[in-house]
Design a protein around this ligand. Sequence first.
Ligand code: NAP
Length: 253
Amino acid sequence: MLLRNKVGVILGVANAHSIAWGCALHTHKEGAELILSYLNDKIRPRVAPLAESISADFMELDVTDDESFKVFFKFIKKKYGKIDFLIHSIAFANKEYLRGKYVNTSREGFSLALNISTFSLVEAAKYAPDIMSDGGSIIAMTYMGSEKVVGSYNVMGVAKAALEASVRYLAKDLGEHNIRVNAISAGPINTLAARGIGGFSKVLDIVKEKAPLKRNISIDEVGKTACFLASDYASGITGEVLHVDAGFNIIGV
Ligand code: NAP
């Protein structure tokens, strides 16, 4: 088992379709002990049965709240002493900005999207040197809309570009603590968050037609890649964005 004796934190399980859940299932299968986060009391009943099904701990974390971060990592430090990996699988933008033109994004809509989807990785990384005292691996989820224009992705594309740049800067900062920081650029997957993006089902059809593998990818495939990046097999990899997208990103004309 790749992750035997390792403890991991996974942020962003909303339901059994979440990419974070694919990561939870596979890291658990590989022997990791897990702590999952949920946003608030309203969401707790959705996450609790999933966590219990893999004997994972679960705890509230609202990534827009510094105090919530403090309490979350204090609890983990007290109970587990240290962790070995952290998977960040969180993003949010108001639906009105995930359709139409990017140029119409408001200051408030821009700030909210980048606060939740990007800055939350930076804030989590601040705790890493303390909580990953034996080194570790941080993994974030991104999408190709950061590199190329994808219709309706708009402010989330900009948030993902900032997330990928953050991965590189954090990799540089945390390398001296033997903490690696990487991102998985997943192909489109039908999740709660994705359904908020205008014309999303069309994107799934286009990938199926044009990707070298002639299909879309699954949360299992992202979960398996997360296991690799969390494991010692990826010990020499940091600051990288790894595409798990059936090869779609390599296709030009
Ligand atoms: P998802 O299941 O809806 O997960 C998104 C998660 O973000 C949810 O658990 C949501 O919690 C959480 N979240 C939002 N605001 C939060 C806050 N203030 N504090 C804490 N948590 C918050 O959708 P997903 O597709 O798996 O998304 C996971 C990640 O993968 C995101 O970074 C997304 O951009 C990325 N990604 C997705 C795709 C795709 O096509 N699906 C492709 C590439 C990358 P609640 O639901 O409880 O609000």
